[in-house]
Design a protein around this ligand. Structure first.
Ligand code: URA
Length: 216
């Protein structure tokens, strides 16, 4: 069967709560940042439950041998925040993946054409192909930025099937674009909204995630 993009919206009350806080225009920046950290934590929790590599072994309890499962330390895990707004989800993700390597990439959208440009790329020339990659990107709107980042990753040896994205609000144009370009991808999101306005913002969305995180 042909691969298809999968998008999960976990029905978790904490995800709904922090999404509501982040959407509310009266939420101040300091609380918005907490909401994004919490969304980063709970979306990561959901995204890695059947994805983190484990290894079965045995340990000795004080009473007897016991079957045991550990996180497999031999499979590299990378977290990629897409600057700027992706930084807002990083603390929550890192709290659950403390040994992951963090690779920053900065992408800016031209406000008129909406075309993305990479202005910072800390990726290695090649990733070990078995690397598991978690991308943090709060808004998947037109799909231009995430498609650019996925292109940079696949050029460096990462297969889309090894990538999961956590996002707060997604919109159909981005999901359609990703389904065509990278059908093996899996996304964990707090919401799928109706669409975009003429400036490429998600409606109802939550506004500019970068501005609301950094107060500028
Ligand atoms: N980026 C944002 O910060 N907000 C949107 O609605 C779309 C892209």
């Amino acid at each position: 069967m042909a691969l298809q993009l999968r998008v999960y919206v976990p029905p978790h009350p904490l995800i709904k709560h922090w999404l509501a806080v982040s959407r509310d225009e009266s939420t101040p920046s300091v609380l918005f940042r907490s909401a994004m950290t919490e969304l980063g934590r709970w979306l990561t929790y959901e995204a890695i439950r059947d994805w983190m590599p484990t290894v079965d072994t045995e340990v000795k309890t004080p009473l007897s041998p016991s079957a045991a499962t550990f996180i497999n330390p031999e499979i590299p895990i990378a977290v990629i925040p897409i600057l700027r707004a992706g930084l807002s989800l990083l603390d929550g993700a890192q709290a659950l993946l403390p040994l992951a390597s963090i690779y920053h990439i900065g992408v800016v959208r031209n406000e008129e054409t909406l075309e993305p440009t990479v202005y910072l790329n800390k990726f290695p020339e090649q990733f070990p192909p078995e690397t598991k990659v978690l991308i943090t990107e709060p808004m998947l709107a037109t799909g231009g930025t995430i498609t650019t980042v996925m292109g940079e990753l696949t050029q460096r040896g990462i297969s889309p099937e090894n990538v999961r994205i956590i996002s707060v609000v997604t919109a159909p144009p981005a999901l359609q674009k990703l389904n065509v370009a990278f059908p093996g991808l899996v996304i964990y999101a707090a919401a799928i909204d109706e669409g975009l306005n003429e400036h490429g913002y998600i409606v109802p969305g939550l506004g500019d995630a970068g501005d609301r995180t950094f107060g500028t």
